[in-house]
Design a protein around this ligand. Structure first.
Ligand code: NAP
Length: 255
């Protein structure tokens, strides 16, 4: 096992699903992991599992929609591990509903968590990465960032925005590279259906039932570990290789 002594990888949404699986896989690869999310008990459970396997982690709870709280939690990781070498933006919610039946508070929350939450984490880790001239920022987008799913319009808009932010950040850092020599890489991973608790964040009952049924009927739905391994693969690429975007669908998923 390679041991990455420098800094940690901050993973948002690390208490469950894709974030938790990614934290476990990265810890097994020798990286220290900073676990971020709102539920302390969920984060501590993942931290315990990592520790039992001999890995290094720190649970720091925060709501990524809160810029100050996100920065404070990330600063705890910097203090413990000496810096942040990587960020995985996996925190997200999907309270979908048809627009005429939706609660506008849900629209606001989707954008605050899925888009601004990712930017808050980027803002907290980027100065240190620019100072060291190295780092890797990965975000979990979605096929919903490319394809419109009716009744999930605002969720699709949030993922589409995250795709643009990721590509914009990549281009801005690449342009600066000639002046400051930074080797910061930016990656967006766009999964199709993954077997997680995400559909449970849907309050609109018909939408929740439709999503659950769609997931249940899919043969070979992706597992969180499938996406976690994709994250690890992109991070393990040599520093001059910037894997920019990967779409991963269950083999039978059409769009
Ligand atoms: N499952 C899929 O089919 C699928 C497909 C494509 C993309 N994705 C994306 O994958 C990412 C991970 O989702 P998942 O499928 O793994 O579902 P999940 O198990 O529900 O994970 C989402 C995580 O985000 C955290 N979170 C939610 N709101 C937060 C906030 N305000 N601040 C901090 N953390 C917050 C949750 O923890 P707390 O509640 O404790 O905060 C939870 O651990 C999401 O961005 C999702 O959009 C999922």
């Amino acid at each position: 096992m390679t041991t990455h002594q420098q800094g940690c990888v901050a993973v948002t949404g690390a208490g469950s699903g894709i974030g938790a699986a990614t934290a476990r896989v990265l810890a097994r690869s020798g990286r220290a992991v900073l676990l971020l999310g709102r539920r302390v008990d969920a984060l501590e459970q993942v931290a315990d599992e990592i520790e039992q396997e001999g890995g290094r982690s720190l649970a720091a709870s925060c709501d990524v929609a809160d810029e100050h709280a996100t920065r404070t939690a990330i600063d705890r990781g910097i203090e413990r591990f000496g810096g942040v070498e990587g960020l995985v933006n996996a925190a997200g919610i999907m309270p979908v509903a048809p627009i005429p039946e939706a609660d506008p508070a849900d629209w606001r929350r989707i954008l605050e968590v899925n888009v601004l939450g990712s930017l808050h984490a980027v803002a907290a880790v980027l100065p240190g990465m620019l100072e060291r001239g190295t780092g890797h920022i990965l975000s979990i987008g979605s096929v919903a960032g490319h394809t419109l799913f009716p009744d999930a319009t605002v969720y699709c808009a949030s993922k589409s925005a995250l795709h643009v932010v990721s590509e914009g950040l990549r281009a801005e850092l690449a342009r600066r590279q000639r002046e400051d020599g930074n080797r910061i890489r930016v990656t967006l991973i766009a999964p199709g259906a993954v077997d997680t608790a995400l559909p449970e964040t849907i309050a609109h009952e018909p939408s929740r039932e439709a999503t659950r049924t769609w997931y249940e009927r899919m043969n070979g739905i992706l597992q969180p570990s499938d996406i976690a391994e994709t994250v690890r693969w992109a991070m393990d690429a040599p520093e001059h290789v910037s894997v920019n975007e990967i779409t991963v669908r269950p083999t039978e998923m059409v769009r």
